[in-house]
Design a binder for this molecule. Sequence first.
Ligand code: GDP
Ligand code: MG
Length: 364
Amino acid sequence: ATSEGEILGYLYSKGIKPDGVLKLSKDVVKMVCEEYDVEVIDADPIRVEEMAKKKEILDDDDLDKLELRPPVLTIMGHVDHGKTSLLDYIRRSKVAASEAGGITQGIGAYRVQVPFDGKPQTCVFLDTPGHEAFGAMRARGARVTDIAIIVVAADDGIQPQTTEAIAHAKAAGVPIIVAINKIDKDGANPDRVMQDLSSIGLMPEEWGGDIPMVKISALKGENVDDLLETVMLVSELQELKANPNRNAKGTVIEAGLDKSRGPVATFIVQNGTLKRGDIVVCGEAFGKVRALFDDKGKRVDEAGPSIPVQVIGLNNVPLAGDEFEVVGSLDIAREQAESRADYMRNERIMEKAGDGMITLSSLA
Ligand code: GDP
Ligand code: MG
């Protein structure tokens, strides 16, 4: 292995002075790779950004303690193409209604058991279909989704929000599965949809490409099992992993104020295990986790990687897309939340002061 210092030395010897963040042009990277006899992989800059993001969630010392975790999915697509129907069908048919009185209230995400590889396996659906939520979270730097399901109605084809959803998924480096929906309808033309998708760069696996496409009827539940199996296949290829044996880190996917319970937030744990009694910082909010509820409204003591959990005990309502992290003490939590609040306040002032003048009202 070549050390960082050695490469830096080599760069200096070539008269290249890398800056702190080591941004190198493609040509320089190629030159270095040739010098050290390393294969050049032409990395897509967005992919690199996402990989960096992933690494932020996983620390170096996690890397030898990783275990497989369930995939987290988002359903996107044009309005009326059947996102809600698909979510509803999956929830109705796959979430064990016998448990603790079934689904009491939505927490913004739910777990589904899918038989795969001879045993039931979990996947997690984010309950907020629509690219708005996805886009807003992404704009805040959050990356929660592992796989995007793009729903396209077979009688309506590619529409503006279909293209937008595809762009979001691509920008986030998230693998896409297409659900061609409403195949039960007169006038449904799934082949036409596949043709149109391939013309915008999504080539169906069926035709030798790399995008799985499943023809379904969300209304009748037709082929939804195939879709879920495809999800598990894609997930298996992704080798999604986390270290369950450490303090939790993750992202807020939903938050609000409950009349009796105070601030309530749904977290997706992305690394580690969140436990009752943990102290968390979460954007500008912080607190001690007083209670945890799972997606069925059942009290739980902990939640591991990929698991959505509702959290009570925060001092304030965080924002969807805020990251949370378990810290050692309430003092540390308060300090971090306050410095985050200061930072955000400054950002807002800078934004408002764009025209040069800071007035009292811009500080409000
Ligand atoms: P969303 O806007 O993407 O969430 O779409 P919805 O799930 O609300 O569906 C829009 C309309 O299409 C509703 O009237 C659904 O009943 C209907 N719909 C959804 N999926 C299917 C399907 O597979 N077949 C048929 N015939 N209608 C569907
Ligand atoms: Mg809907």
